[in-house]
Design a binder for this molecule. Structure first.
Ligand SMILES: Cc1ncc(COP(=O)(O)O)c(C=O)c1O
Length: 296
């Protein structure tokens, strides 16, 4: 773990603590982001750091030091953790000082980061989803990756209670939004990849990368087009294929929604082709998207 409070990296779990008067803890005044560590490379770290900075500015928190210094700390932390497969997660808090609402008496915002070891394998199985009955966040809070994930937690718990993998939010205009910690994507009956617009949801780094990679399938004649759109529930439920997209997956095929099959109810071929594109990019893509970590 790294903490700007003690100004360094600790490897002893007993030391991995944050103060209870930190406003991220008792007021939710903090933002966070992640990046996957895959085979010793940090995948899409810069895209995630850009989103982290956007979230920080929406939450009105100024990082205690420059983005490039923090980037270098994150790479050093990954190196020191010796972790080759896992997740790097980092937070910016308004800082500690008291138990008020206003951060005006918090002298310095705080940065924290942690490495969580886990293996990742490519999803091949189809999953079931439900429509969430938990209200989704308003656009300001959904587009900013802040630490208030209670709606996301309740949406996930609701899905698990109903035997589903996760839930899908529909926005106030009846358009498809996102899952509790993943985006969604569809292949419609015209063989187009359609991704919900990011105006009211979190702009997924993985979906943004997929938007760059998927035109390859258009060149091969497997997809007709790649686009973003507002997608109604009716259009979505009539899709040929549906999937979750997110950095920890990177793609999970969805075969059943509210107990009705999507398409023919089987894992879609194009879903798997899109999954391969991302998986290969993580494993062997250009080094502009993968930072090599040099372990001792
Ligand atoms: C609410 C929400 N939507 C979408 C995503 C997917 O984003 P990414 O592809 O950057 O992991 C996440 C994951 O961080 C999330 O928490």
């Amino acid at each position: 773990m790294y903490s700007s409070i003690f100004g360094g990296i600790v490897l002893d779990p007993m030391m991995m603590m944050i103060p209870i008067d930190d406003h991220m803890v008792h007021r939710g005044h903090g933002v966070f982001d992640t990046a996957i560590i895959f085979n010793g490379f940090l995948y899409e770290l810069d895209a995630h750091l850009e989103r982290f900075q956007r979230s920080a500015s929406l939450a009105k928190i100024s990082p205690p030091f420059s983005g490039s210094a923090f980037r270098s700390i994150l790479i050093q932390l990954t190196e020191k953790s010796k972790c080759k497969n896992g997740t790097l997660r980092y937070w910016l808090s308004a800082g500690s000082g008291n138990f008020s609402l206003s951060p005006s008496d918090c002298p310095t915002p705080a940065l924290y980061a942690i490495v969580i070891k886990h293996d990742m394998s490519q999803w091949k199985e189809g999953v079931k989803v439900i429509t969430s009955s938990i209200p989704m966040k308003t656009p300001l809070f959904a587009t900013m990756k802040n630490v208030n994930y209670l709606p996301n937690v309740l949406a996930q718990m609701e899905a698990e209670e109903k035997g589903a993998f996760a839930s899908i939010w529909v926005d106030d205009e009846g358009y498809i939004a996102e899952g509790p910690n993943m985006n969604v994507a569809f292949v419609n009956q015209d063989t187009e990849l359609v991704i919900p617009k990011f105006d009211k949801i979190l702009a997924g780094c993985t979906e943004n990368r997929l938007l760059e990679l998927a035109p390859k399938l258009v060149e091969q004649g497997r997809l007709k087009a790649v686009k973003t759109a507002h997608i109604s529930v009716e259009e979505a439920k009539a899709a040929a294929e549906m999937m979750f997209v997110g950095s920890s997956l990177p793609v999970a095929p969805i075969i059943m929604w509210d107990d009705k099959p999507i398409g023919n109810g089987k894992v879609g071929k194009l879903t798997l082709a899109l999954s391969d594109l991302l998986w290969n990019d993580m494993a062997a893509g250009p080094e502009t998207h993968r930072i090599r970590v040099t372990y001792e």
